[in-house]
Design a protein around this ligand. Structure first.
Ligand code: ZN
Ligand code: ZN
Ligand code: ZN
Ligand code: ZN
Ligand code: ZN
Ligand code: ZN
Length: 274
């Protein structure tokens, strides 16, 4: 008379749980159904089943559970589903939490993790492939960065992949600079490549070791090292000392004395030529 076939009955909000209490376990089929053991499922006949009974029973059971956590092989509450974990081989612990073996799964792909390598990130467990997918990739080698991430120029790098394009040494923790094309250089190589070249010795004009600024002399639209800025005739330094100042003549860099000497020689030659 209007009695639903037990097989169709689904208690609202069914959750998987393990039978937590050996005293209550062999009780009416209602409990077994609620407990959702796949093996004990909807085959029972439940002759006089009434939802009120189950509600009352469940309430009692809940109170009972709260006051009497089963001590035999009781591991605690599953951190995933919130139900008790009882019985040999049904639970495991990870990240200081208790889980059902079936509940301890990868947060991304739901594969079971017991006995597998897993990675805990903020108390969430990942299987190895899913964990690797969450990692940032190195912008040089495109492989995931498992350990320390070096961040520079708005990108992520393996520390050993962040290298100078010229000398290829790692610039982890070392000052570096970037050219217009975004290429990473150690300071030294950057200067070697981009610094103005001295018109005398053809070497780049770079800051002295430990100095930030470059001292460079510009004369006659040419660049000079301080030490290379000398009179072409007598070799005297033109930037300091008694001979200070450049007196160029026909594109030659001369001190005042040598400039005068050349002019005199030219004048003398001109007069003898006449
Ligand atoms: Zn669980
Ligand atoms: Zn996974
Ligand atoms: Zn890399
Ligand atoms: Zn370098
Ligand atoms: Zn020079
Ligand atoms: Zn001179």
């Amino acid at each position: 008379m209007g009695q639903a076939p037990p097989a169709l009955y689904q208690p609202p909000g069914t959750k998987k749980t393990y039978i937590t209490d050996p005293v209550l376990a062999p009780q009416p089929p209602a409990l077994q159904q609620k407990s959702g053991y796949p093996s004990s499922g909807p085959t029972s006949s439940a002759p006089a089943f009434r939802p009120e009974d189950e509600l009352e029973h469940l309430t009692k059971k809940m109170l009972y559970d709260m006051e009497n956590p089963p001590s035999d092989e009781y591991f605690g509450r599953c951190a995933r589903c919130g139900e008790n974990v009882v019985g040999e081989g049904t639970g495991c612990t990870a990240m200081d939490q208790v889980f059902h073996v079936d509940c301890f799964t990868c947060i991304k792909c739901s594969s079971k993790l017991r006995g597998q390598p897993f990675y805990a990130v903020e108390k969430k467990a990942y299987c190895e492939p899913c964990y690797i997918n969450t990692l940032e990739q190195c912008s040089v080698c495109a492989k995931p960065i498992m350990e320390r991430i070096l961040r520079a120029t708005g990108k992520a790098y393996h520390p050993h992949c962040f290298t100078c394009v010229m000398c290829h040494r790692s610039l982890d923790g070392i000052p570096f600079t970037v050219d217009a094309g975004g290429n990473i250089h150690c300071i030294e190589d950057f200067h070697k490549k981009f610094a103005p070249r001295c018109s005398v010795c053809k070497e780049p004009i770079m800051p002295a070791p430990g100095q930030e600024e470059t001292v460079r002399i510009v004369a006659l639209d040419r660049d000079f090292h301080v030490q290379c800025y000398r009179c072409e005739d007598c070799g005297g330094l033109l930037s300091e000392g008694d001979n200070q100042g450049c007196y160029p003549l026909d594109g030659h860099i001369l001190c005042k004395t040598c400039n005068s000497a050349r002019i005199q020689a030219l004048t003398a030659k001109a007069s003898t030529d006449l």
